[in-house]
Design a protein around this ligand. Structure first.
Ligand SMILES: [Zn+2]
Length: 299
């Protein structure tokens, strides 16, 4: 009889301990989540200020990852149109200058036939592990408006082909996608989610976080193809300054072909190239930080 009583008492005790442990666990989880999202939210300005706290949590979560907006005004240099036989000398020089200044940059690489241009592959492999550089995927073959009219299956096939080319040749898994001519549709987004991409950088000043892929479009550019002119460095920077009024990130879109000789695109045009160097120097002088897309996410 006594033995039964003791066992019963022991069971009650164990049960009570269990309840206490479970309640401690849930309390900690709740406070962890609360403080985590508080930190993320308070680090933002602009868009986040308009959103309610509840929206903040929903909007900054990308699947298993969290988008962390920069705390201070930040530049993001997006250099498009790298690829096999694409202005090798100019691209190599540009990468060196960015590296020398310890600035960050995301390089949009066209995946098509990468394996056939060994010097390019070798050059990218030599810089891909630098923490201030990111290798992004720029379409597949880079035809004009390559993705604007594709359905999700067609888009997925091309995106995957390109992704595999980048993985196999450059040994990098890209998480940022830049569609040629900044054109895409809702099916492109379905395909990108399926392929595990975290960012799409396309249309002017897009900045939204619905679904699994963050939209971070270009905010400024160094050449205006409609007006066929270089955008002077001071104009690029003042465009960024306007952007900084609403968010702490200014994506500057740059193309290597803007700095090559008209008669020989394989060679740098030193006069045009001075514009690029001026931009890097002004960014450096500003004292503001530069980041890549991949720096803005924690998974
Ligand atoms: Zn392009």
């Amino acid at each position: 009889m006594n033995k039964t009583k003791t066992s019963f008492g022991l069971m009650i005790l164990l049960f009570a301990v269990l309840i206490i442990l479970v309640s401690i666990f849930f309390t900690n989880i709740y406070s962890f989540q609360t403080s985590f999202f508080k930190t993320t939210g308070s680090a933002t300005s602009g868009v986040s200020d308009i959103l309610s706290p509840r929206q903040k949590i929903i909007n900054y979560t990308l699947g298993d990852c969290v988008f962390i907006p920069p705390e201070n005004k930040t530049f993001l240099l997006r250099i498009d149109d790298l690829g096999a036989w694409h202005y090798f000398e100019t691209v190599q020089q540009m990468i060196k200058e960015i590296d020398n200044r310890n600035l960050s940059a995301s390089f949009g690489v066209i995946p098509y036939e990468l394996e056939k241009d060994k010097p390019f592959v070798k050059m990218i492999r030599s810089i891909k592990n630098k923490p201030h550089f990111e290798i992004a995927q720029h379409g597949y073959t880079h035809e004009p408006d390559e993705f604007g009219n594709l359905d999700s299956i067609q888009a997925y096939i091309l995106i995957e082909k390109g992704r595999q080319e980048i993985i196999n040749n450059l040994r990098v898994v890209p998480i940022t996608f830049i569609p040629p001519e900044n054109e895409y549709n809702s099916d492109t987004l379905i395909a990108l989610e399926k392929s595990g991409f975290k960012f799409i950088s396309a249309r002017d000043s897009e900045y939204s976080f619905e679904g699994l892929v963050a939209h971070i479009g270009q905010d400024a550019f160094t050449a205006d193809y409609y007006e066929k002119r270089f955008v002077p460095v001071q104009e690029v920077l003042s465009n960024c300054e306007k952007i900084f009024a609403s968010k702490n990130l200014c994506v500057i879109n740059i193309h290597p072909q803007d700095y090559v000789q008209d008669e020989n695109p394989e060679k740098i045009d030193n006069e045009k190239y001075t514009e690029f160097l001026n931009l890097l120097d002004e960014i450096k002088k500003s004292g503001l930080e530069s980041l890549t897309f991949k720096d803005l996410i924690r998974c």
